[in-house]
Design a protein around this ligand. Structure first.
Ligand code: AMP
Ligand code: MG
Length: 522
């Protein structure tokens, strides 16, 4: 076992009580808790990259001693298990105290690169923040979190990581469709890994209670541990911190937009202070490029967290953080406004830069180039067209010796339904113009295609793929989880023989639960 420590518990105020009765916890950033043991833990999957990141041997992680730890059945010396106290705005409304209702921080290990990483078990049992929940997680949502954390990392998108997926051997009761039909499902625990799991909501809760001293302790802890380059705490440092979080959040969301990831529940308690993707629940991948799509059935009507709205919601959330930090800005509202401008600037720059790269261009040079991107996206949205297949296919078009004169077959693959001739003609016109523009870069087309393939993934964790792995796991076969994990390790590579994982969503998956729509029940 490595050496475990806990900076957060050692250096910030905690809850004096240790019972897991649901309650309001005042004046404390966390509560001590113990994971609740499970009956028959079984290691389903490990991430080899996270093991390596932490300097842990895979063989050791598979040992009984480690599996007990990853299941919450053993607490090692040096660990100080805790649940964090945070609040949040849920679907636009202040929801008060929320906190880690089923996530338990075990402690930190120092990685070979010197970074301290926190290990956190999701689904490890009740805490004072569980409210009416059981503190547990079901296998299906745990598979989704485990796979997507790692898939996102390999795509290059900042994210919390997942070290392990353990089946608990215990049943968990969930009413998956909230229709009065609760059922037993297998339970599971994911061990999440990140430098910190602090959220916007940790800061918001302090301010909502008027506890400025606690807010300052939290901010000073965060600055010293995760933003040391910004300097000693002061009004200016807090402002720089806010601007940095705004920037990171903007960059993160620009990445989501350009790979087609929809988080699904961008409440402020699910927004990482480090700019990581955090809390994989009813997330999804767009398949066909539809800015109005949301995977979250709870949000289907309002569409607050729909694909095309994520950039605006990111800004709304950053504003909530800014408001929470106001006491540290000494009432200077201009600092919040400046942070929001920074968010917009960073989002715009990052989106344009990423779309340029997706189209094989070094940058978008003028208004005509920006129009080119917009025209492409509006054409994509006009008929059901697979976003991933379309962008991946462009590298095959860019290497053609002449501008296309017929609509390329490789891009026809991206259509979900037959499309009209005028639509094809419009697409062809765009492609021909883009091909000319791409040639003006003066690059060797083969190099250009290679660079495009390095930013336009071939493999993303399509919702139906995850659901197939879940269905197999429910039937006792974990091999699809392992196979998917392996495919998603190299999303930009061709991987001959695995083309099926790059195919567009099959028709049967169009409206199957888990493949097109997900409830929050997890
Ligand atoms: P989420 O929508 O997963 O981000 O969760 C929102 C809040 O509900 C957080 O405070 C969670 O800790 C809590 N929560 C979700 N599921 C459970 C559960 N099964 N038991 C206890 N708390 C939960
Ligand atoms: Mg959450």
């Amino acid at each position: 076992m490595p050496h475990f420590s806990s900076r957060f518990v050692d250096s910030t105020p905690g809850d004096p009580l240790t019972d897991t009765r649901s309650r309001q916890v005042q004046g404390a950033l966390w509560s001590r808790v113990q994971p609740t043991p499970v009956s028959a833990p079984r290691l389903v999957a490990l991430s080899p990259e996270v093991a390596r990141l932490l300097g842990l041997e895979e063989q050791a992680l598979r040992s009984e001693a480690w599996v007990r730890v990853l299941a919450g059945n053993a607490v090692e010396p040096g660990m100080a298990p805790y649940a964090a106290n945070y609040g949040g705005h849920q679907f636009g409304q202040w929801a008060g105290q929320l906190g880690d209702g089923r996530a338990i921080g075990l402690g930190e290990v120092r990685a070979p690169d010197g970074t301290l990483y926190e290990l956190q078990l999701k689904g490890a049992g009740r805490t004072p923040y569980s409210r009416r929940g059981d503190g547990r997680a079901v296998l299906r949502s745990s598979i989704r979190e485990f796979l997507c954390s790692e898939a996102m990392h390999h795509l290059g998108v900042p994210t919390t990581r997942a070290l392990s997926l353990v089946a608990t051997g215990d049943a968990v009761v969930r009413d998956m469709f909230y229709d009065g039909h609760p059922q037993e499902e297998p339970g599971a625990i994911v061990c999440r890994v990140a430098p910190s799991f602090l959220r916007f909501g940790n800061f918001e809760l302090c301010t909502s209670r008027g506890d400025v001293a606690l807010l300052k302790q939290l901010a000073d802890y965060t600055l010293s541990q995760f933003f040391p380059e910004l300097g000693a705490p002061s009004k200016d440092t807090y402002a720089a911190f806010f601007h940095e979080v705004a920037r990171r959040t903007a960059k993160l969301i620009a990445q989501w937009q350009t790979v087609g990831f929809v988080h699904g529940v961008m409440n402020t308690d699910n927004m990482s202070i480090l700019g990581l993707t955090i809390d994989y629940g009813p997330y999804g991948w767009v398949d066909d490029f539809d800015p109005d799509w949301t995977p979250n059935t709870t949000d289907a009507e309002q569409g607050r967290y729909r694909f095309g709205n994520q950039p605006a919601i990111g800004m709304w959330n950053v504003e909530r953080l800014g408001v929470a930090l106001m006491p540290l800005f000494e009432g200077d509202e201009g600092l919040v406004q400046a942070g929001l401008l920074e968010y917009q600037r960073a989002l715009n720059a990052e989106m344009l830069g990423r779309y340029a790269a997706k189209l094989g261009l070094a940058s978008l040079e003028d208004e005509a180039d920006v129009q080119r991107v917009n025209a492409c996206l509006s054409w994509l949205g006009a008929e059901e067209t697979d976003m991933t297949l379309f962008f991946r296919g462009l590298s095959r078009v860019v290497v053609a010796p002449t501008a296309p004169t017929v609509f390329p077959d490789v891009l026809r693959e991206a259509f979900y339904r037959p499309v009209s001739e005028p639509h094809l003609a419009r697409g062809l016109e765009w492609l021909a113009s883009w091909w000319q523009r791409a040639r003006r870069e003066g690059a060797d087309p083969v190099d250009q295609a290679r660079r495009m393939d390095a930013v336009n993934p071939k493999y993303v964790l399509r919702n139906y793929l995850a659901q197939e792995a879940i269905d197999a796991a429910h039937a006792g076969d974990d091999s699809k989880v392992l196979e998917l994990l392996d495919v998603m390790r190299r999303p930009y590579d061709e991987q001959p023989g695995r083309e099926a994982y790059a195919a567009r969503r099959p028709e049967w998956a169009r409206s199957k639960p888990g493949c097109s729509a997900l409830s929050c029940s997890s």
